[in-house]
Write a protein that binds this ligand. Structure first.
Ligand code: HEM
Length: 476
């Protein structure tokens, strides 16, 4: 076996655990892969390799190593792996899973411009987020302080902010079709890193095995595609060329402008993939962050009390928060940062690949190698964090209580493919969180403390929990 292993790894390739013949290290990723991979790095080094059923993969661990590759060698590590699953889902087009090159540049530029033009760059946009925050807290109020699972409400409210940019409109909280689409899409985010998905990547012929979670993944993807196609069609009605009302219109403008150009990456199919990717990338992550934040506030009443005090002192007479208030609320900022660090929403980032041969720490990594960035390992890197296993917002404050940025804080990743929704996510998290905590005190139903063990998937989310949002009297 050892001989086989040695032959499989090309010369100069980083070392790693011995693979089992044929399936390699696939099953070692079955439970808490981010934790397992961090432990492996203690044996094999900051940069080591895995064999995922014949797919040679490099794992980057700790802040220094992740920064060296994703930032210092940004272009080299900017590709996505051509895995059978991604090929089947989006044909390596769209935006998030697009191969590094002209297609990705065109789609990323269009998305960034649209996010600025229809989102953060528009004066009205903040007001629209605040309106959504009000719908959100009013809907929570309907529970009258009784226990409820906040998952669906948070998901609906958060996805509406992206919907405003993409479709120019929000969906009401009782829109069952939209909710169902988000539900099965988010199920796919979970399934995409399941054992079955990894097996499919290694052995694509299992497509013809009629049972298994990969079949569910394909069915969900087909249903989401049909739904998005219909919605895009409906929201592009009444479009006036060159006067875009939202991202879909802007995309159709670019599509028409490039019609006939043989190398254009714009297509109706890529529009559908991009819309789906933007919706799910924006919703799943920000929703999970807010759900964790609510859970930790109820878990640590003393931290919640300090949040309440800061909110009350800055927002006198129950005035609604604005983004300008952010600078005056270092503790709220510290809490949200600690939630992002501690809860590791996207623990292994989104899989990358080398766009050309790479040289790192004396190793040689061939072009096209799959790369996993262990962002969890960055957030518990002892070189940069004291007692990383403790939940402590204080680490983001100086001795005067001012907010301090920390270098080894990478929830949005780094480099060319870093999250394009970071600014939007930060706006949403601040406004939703402060509006929520301004109105409510969060506590668990008597005698029930939920687990903080996450539900595993491409993103980490809390297991479903019940919480009571009790109206508070603001102290001014
Ligand atoms: C990519 C995290 C919110 C859109 C990513 C990546 C991470 C991440 C870790 C992977 C980058 C890489 O390949 O290294 C987060 C977190 C969020 C958040 C923690 C919220 C707290 C959003 C929002 C949007 C968004 C609100 C848009 C609506 C994207 C897109 C990519 C991405 C399109 C792919 C970028 C590319 O491949 O060029 N995000 N994200 N994200 N994110 Fe986010």
């Amino acid at each position: 076996v050892r001989q086989l292993v040695k032959q499989r790894r090309p010369p100069g390739f980083p070392p790693g655990p011995s693979p089992i013949p044929v399936i390699g290290n696939i099953f070692s990723l079955a439970t808490e892969p981010h934790v397992f991979l961090k432990r492996q790095s203690e044996v094999h080094g900051q940069i080591f390799s895995l064999d995922l059923g014949g797919i040679l993969t490099v794992v980057l661990t700790g802040y220094d190593c992740v920064r060296e590759c994703l930032y210092n060698q940004g272009e080299v590590f900017a590709d996505r792996p051509s895995l059978p699953l991604f090929k089947k889902m989006t044909k390596m087009g769209g935006l998030l899973n697009c191969k590094y090159g002209k297609g990705w540049i065109e789609h990323r530029k269009l998305a960034c411009n649209s996010f600025r033009y229809f989102g953060s760059g528009q004066k009205q946009f903040e007001r629209k987020i605040s309106e959504e925050c009000m719908f959100f807290v009013d809907a929570i109020d309907e529970h009258k302080g009784k226990p409820f699972n906040p998952k669906h409400l948070v998901t609906n409210a958060v996805s509406n902010i992206t919907n405003l940019i993409i479709f120019g409109q929000r969906f009401t909280y009782d829109d069952r079709n939209f909710q169902h689409m988000i539900e099965i899409f988010s199920e796919n985010v979970e399934l995409a890193v399941s054992g079955w998905a990894l097996l499919y990547n290694a052995f694509p012929w299992i497509e013809y095995v009629p049972f298994g979670k990969h079949q569910k993944l394909f069915r969900n993807a087909a249903e989401v595609y049909d739904f998005l196609q219909e919605v895009i069609q409906s929201f592009s009605q009444g479009r006036v060329p060159h006067s875009p009302r939202h991202y879909v219109d802007a995309y159709l403008d670019d599509l028409e402008r490039s019609a006939g150009a043989p190398d254009s990456s714009f297509s109706y199919e890529n529009l559908i993939y991009s819309v789906g990717e933007l919706i799910i990338a924006g919703t799943e992550t920000t929703t999970n962050t807010l759900r964790w934040a609510m859970l930790y506030m109820a878990l640590y009443p003393n931290i919640q009390e300090r949040v309440h005090r800061e909110i009350d002192s800055v927002l006198a007479n129950e005035r609604a928060p604005t983004l300008e208030d952010k600078q005056k609320m270092p503790y709220v900022e510290a809490v949200l940062h600690e939630v992002l660090r501690f809860c590791n929403i996207v623990p292994l980032g989104i899989f990358r690949a080398t766009s050309q041969e790479a040289k790192v720490n004396g190793y040689t990594i061939p072009k096209g190698t799959m790369v996993i960035t262990n962002l969890y390992s960055v957030h518990c890197d002892e070189k940069y964090w004291n007692d990383p296993g403790a939940f402590s917002p204080q680490r983001f404050l100086d001795s005067n209580g001012n907010f301090v940025r920390r270098e080894a804080f990478l929830p949005f990743s780094l480099g060319r493919r870093c999250c394009l929704g970071e600014q939007l996510a930060r706006m949403e998290m601040f406004l939703f969180f402060t509006t929520l905590l301004q109105r409510f005190h969060l506590q668990f139903p008597a005698g029930s403390i939920p687990t903080v063990t996450p539900k595993l998937g491409m993103t980490l989310q809390p297991k479903p929990y019940s919480i009571c949002a009790v109206r508070r009297q603001q102290k001014s």
